[in-house]
Design a protein around this ligand. Structure first.
Ligand code: HEC
Ligand code: HEC
Ligand code: HEC
Ligand code: HEC
Length: 131
């Protein structure tokens, strides 16, 4: 009994940890962005679509410079830094179309893409679900 436990702790646990850390996190197909949802409803974000449509992962994952679909790094949720930030990171909980980091990022690109991709949303209720 004791021996089995030692084998488990010495051999199996480090192996499991290595697999979990080494592989990085798995890119999601769909994400619901709702960490700040207060005045507006949550936002459905088709992640797989954007992995194809946007050339560089770092356009959005700006703290994972050089990341690719084949080399996924350790990805932190945007809310880790952008929800009620205490440093210079802009706050994802604000209404401003210019200063909210999601508005700046998502809407700017969609405006540029509108001519080719008319489905790229730019209006409030095209992103925010009704509350
Ligand atoms: C391209 C998609 C998109 C569009 C268009 C958009 N938003 Fe947002 N907005 C977001 C995302 C993503 C967040 C972060 C949501 C979260 O974490 O809950 C957000 C956050 C917010 C927040 C802060 C969180 C909350 O729910 O209180 C407000 C307020 C907001 N948006 C209002 C607006 C208004 C008003 C418009 C239209 C003038 C608008 N948004 C257009 C994507 C969008
Ligand atoms: C258009 C913006 C955008 C692009 C491009 C993008 N992502 Fe993401 N990704 C996001 C957002 C937003 C989330 C949700 C993060 C959160 O929960 O706050 C996310 C989540 C993830 C997660 C899950 C993180 C977790 O919390 O477990 C992984 C892994 C990931 N992305 C990898 C990638 C890889 C690899 C690429 C490039 C091939 C990529 N992403 C391209 C915006 C993007
Ligand atoms: C480790 C902390 C951290 C994480 C994780 C993070 N950010 Fe940031 N972000 C910052 C800081 C700090 C700034 C301000 C300084 C700068 O521009 O680098 C910033 C700036 C930005 C800006 C520029 C805003 C402007 O007005 O120029 C955007 C857009 C942005 N982040 C979006 C995101 C998105 C989307 C995610 C998730 C996919 C994310 N960030 C994840 C810390 C982070
Ligand atoms: C750098 C460019 C870029 C950024 C940044 C970006 N998008 Fe998009 N988005 C696109 C393009 C291009 C399409 C059209 C994709 C297609 O039809 O294949 C699109 C389409 C969409 C659609 C509609 C998908 C459909 O199936 O109709 C949603 C919803 C969306 N984006 C949400 C977001 C949100 C929320 C963010 C910010 C977290 C974001 N996008 C950031 C380029 C971008």
């Amino acid at each position: 009994m004791k021996r089995t436990l030692i084998v488990l702790v010495v051999l199996v646990l480090p192996l499991l940890t290595a697999v979990a850390v080494g592989a990085g996190s798995e890119p999601p197909t769909e994400v619901t962005i709702d960490a700040a949802a207060n005045k507006q409803g949550p936002v459905a974000f088709p992640h797989a679509t954007h992995m194809k449509a946007v050339e560089s992962c770092a356009t959005c994952h700006h703290t994972n410079e050089g990341m690719t679909a084949d080399k996924v790094g350790d990805v932190q949720a945007c809310s880790t830094c952008h929800l009620n930030p205490k440093d210079e990171a802009p706050d994802m909980g604000q209404m401003s179309l210019k200063n909210n980091p999601f508005h700046a990022l998502c809407i700017n690109c969609h405006k540029e893409q509108k001519a080719e991709h008319e489905n790229a949303p730019t209006k409030c209720n095209e992103c925010h679900a009704k509350k």
